[in-house]
Design a protein. Sequence first.
Length: 60
Amino acid sequence: MATPTPTSPERIVRFTVDMPESLHQRLTQAAAKVKRKKAAVVRMALEQALKDLDDDAVVG
C-alpha cells in the first residue's frame, strides 16, 4: 500500500470494483477525453455521487 508523504493529507487505500465491460469501456473513453487516469475519473465520480447523496438526504 502507498505510504503517506509529508504533503499527503491522508492515507490512500486501494479499492477494487467489478464492473461490466461496457462500463469499463465508457470509463476508459471518459478518462481519455479529459486526459486523466481512470482512477482519477472514478474518484471524481465518487466524490460527486456522495455529495449528491448527502444533498438528497438534507432535502428529502
